[in-house]
Design a protein. Structure first.
Length: 41
């Protein structure tokens, strides 16, 4: 369960369980999730 706390799961717009990207909070701690999502989508 600790992996979920350390990583951010971003799903596609269909809200399926398929993961587009697993982003480590420690690396993107200065970025907003919304900004990351815009880059991926």
């Amino acid at each position: 369960m600790k992996d979920k706390e350390n990583k951010i799961l971003i799903y596609d717009d269909s809200c399926t369980e398929r993961t587009i990207a697993i982003i480590e909070k420690s690396y993107y701690r200065d970025l907003k999730i919304a900004e990351i999502a815009e880059v991926l989508l």
